[in-house]
Design a protein around this ligand. Structure first.
Ligand SMILES: [Zn+2]
Length: 296
């Protein structure tokens, strides 16, 4: 399912047929007319239709995963399922509006301010109330299948990974991705999203014999190895930020971010990716300086 703009590329909507011939979706994708048509066509191609969708489970609240859920629910009567922490964050953002970072205090140069503030202000979250909340250890209500919920906070506070026990498939959402490393602390207010993320990697890497169905990229084998790479990436980047801060304790978020060895280089970061890089840097600085982080 294409995203309206910016990386990462297309998200995956997974379709699971149950014993009664109904279908269940994991992460329906971004709310675009073209995606609606794409989903209807894909369901038709497998001999089903939108009105056969019985449940929609969101791995997390981001619009490229959850966006289309309300439309599918309206057309099908499907039940929407998500973790309680995601519902809490959605409700908070709907009540208070998007969090626009204090980019001036972060040391962002004047010529970049408008673009970045624009991106943060337009990050729109639609109101959505789940029909049921899911928690760690639950089995999804999919007749004939045993799909278990693993609570994996880190990317967001209520992120879940879903494991199809018999098929040995694991739906990792944005927790573990084959081509990129996910941002951390991008939903919900928790004191230590990075610590949560590392703990959550330890929970899923046990299922190394499973085929990974991630939220973006491609299906892959080698979950434990990818978890190890994800952990190493996050920890080494935190170490890097800590080293930069040791040399320049009063550096602004912008000054620190400029010195981080970004995969595509600092100069290559623009608009959405620049905003994400600054948010990740801010999260690490706050953690190192002993403050709580807040990112939605
Ligand atoms: Zn996400």
């Amino acid at each position: 399912m294409p995203l309206p703009a910016g990386p990462p590329p297309n998200s995956f909507c997974y379709v699971i047929e149950d014993a009664a011939g109904d279908v269940h979706l994991i992460d329906p994708g971004s709310d675009l007319d073209s995606n609606w048509a794409l989903l209807a066509g894909a369901l038709h191609a497998v001999g089903s239709s939108v009105d056969r969708v019985a449940s929609i489970t969101a791995t997390h609240l981001h619009p490229d995963h959850l966006g289309l859920a309300e439309r599918v629910r309206a057309a099908s009567g499907a039940r929407v399922l998500m973790h309680a922490a995601e519902q809490e964050t959605l409700d908070w953002v709907v009540a208070h509006g998007p969090i626009v970072p204090d980019y001036r205090a972060w040391g962002v140069p004047a010529d970049q301010l408008d673009t970045l503030i624009g991106i943060a202000s337009h990050r729109h979250t639609a109101a959505l109330t789940a029909d049921a909340l899911i928690a760690d250890g639950d089995v999804l209500p999919i007749p004939g299948r045993e799909i278990r919920v693993l609570h994996t906070p880190g990317h967001t506070a209520g992120h879940v990974v879903l494991r199809d026990v018999e098929s040995a498939l694991i739906f990792t959402g944005d927790h573990v991705l084959p081509e990129i490393f996910p941002g951390i602390g991008l939903g919900g207010q928790t004191p230590d999203p990075l610590g949560d993320y590392v703990d959550s990697l330890a929970r899923v890497e046990l299922f190394d014999d499973h085929e990974v169905c991630p939220g973006h990229g491609h299906r892959f084998l080698g979950l434990a190895q990818r978890c190890a790479q994800s952990r190493a990436h996050q920890l080494s980047r935190s170490d890097e930020v800590a080293r930069i801060l040791t040399a320049a304790p009063d550096a602004s978020v912008w000054e620190v971010a400029k010195q981080v060895s970004w995969t595509d280089g600092w100069e290559g970061l623009r608009s959405f990716r620049l905003a994400a890089a600054l948010a990740q840097t801010h999260m690490r600085i706050s953690f190192i300086r002993g403050h709580d982080t807040m990112g939605v």
